[in-house]
Design a protein around this ligand. Structure first.
Ligand SMILES: [Zn+2]
Length: 160
C-alpha cells in the first residue's frame, strides 16, 4: 500500500499534499486486526535511477540463502523438523522468546506507548527470534528486538 492517497507521503523527491485527515482515512481502510496478521510492515523508499540500475552492492542470493538455511536449522533443532518461528504456538513463543531484562523493559515501553495488541506483541517476539537466528545468536538481544519493532511501522503510523 502507499503511505497516503497521493502516494508521496515520506517521499524524498516529491511533495505530499494530503491532509492528516485524508491520510488517516486512507490508512484506516486497513483495519488493525488485519495489520496484526502481517509479520512485517516495512517502508520501501522509491529508488533513484542509479540505485535501480546498479544495485547498492547487495549480498548475493547465495550468501543470503546460506544464512537463511543456517537460521532454519536452528529453528528445526528447537521446534522440530520443518517448523519455523512463524508457526510457533503461543506456548512455544513464550518458551523460546525469552528476553533479557533490558529487552523486556524496551518491549514493555513500546507495548504501552503504542497500545499494541497481544497478537502484535507475539509477532514482534517471533520476528525477534528469527532475527537472532539469522545472526547465529542463541539469545534474543535488545538489538534484535529493536529491529523487529522497527518492522511494525504501521502499528504506530496508523496514528498520523
Ligand atoms: Zn499524499
Amino acid at each position: 500500500m502507499h503511505g497516503c492517497p497521493c502516494g508521496y507521503f515520506g517521499d524524498q523527491g516529491r511533495v505530499c499534499h494530503c491532509t492528516p485527515m485524508q491520510i488517516q482515512n486512507y490508512r484506516g481502510k486497513i483495519s488493525g486486526p488485519l495489520l496484526d496478521r502481517f509479520d512485517l510492515h516495512v517502508e520501501v523508499p522509491r529508488l533513484n535511477y542509479s540505485e535501480l540500475k546498479d544495485g547498492d552492492g547487495n549480498e548475493s542470493s547465495i550468501v543470503v540463502r546460506d544464512r537463511v538455511m543456517a537460521a532454519r536449522q536452528r529453528q528445526w533443532a528447537r521446534l522440530g523438523p520443518a517448523k519455523t518461528n512463524a508457526e510457533m504456538t503461543a506456548k512455544e513463543t513464550k518458551e523460546f522468546t525469552k528476553l533479557t531484562p533490558s529487552g523486556e523493559s524496551l518491549l514493555q515501553k513500546i507495548f504501552d506507548s503504542q497500545h499494541l495488541s497481544a497478537r502484535s506483541h507475539d509477532r514482534i517476539l517471533r520476528v525477534s527470534r528469527t532475527i537472532a537466528d539469522l545472526g547465529g545468536c542463541s539469545d534474543i538481544l535488545p538489538e534484535h528486538l529493536a529491529e523487529a519493532i522497527q518492522y511494525r511501522a504501521l502499528d504506530k503510523r496508523l496514528q498520523v
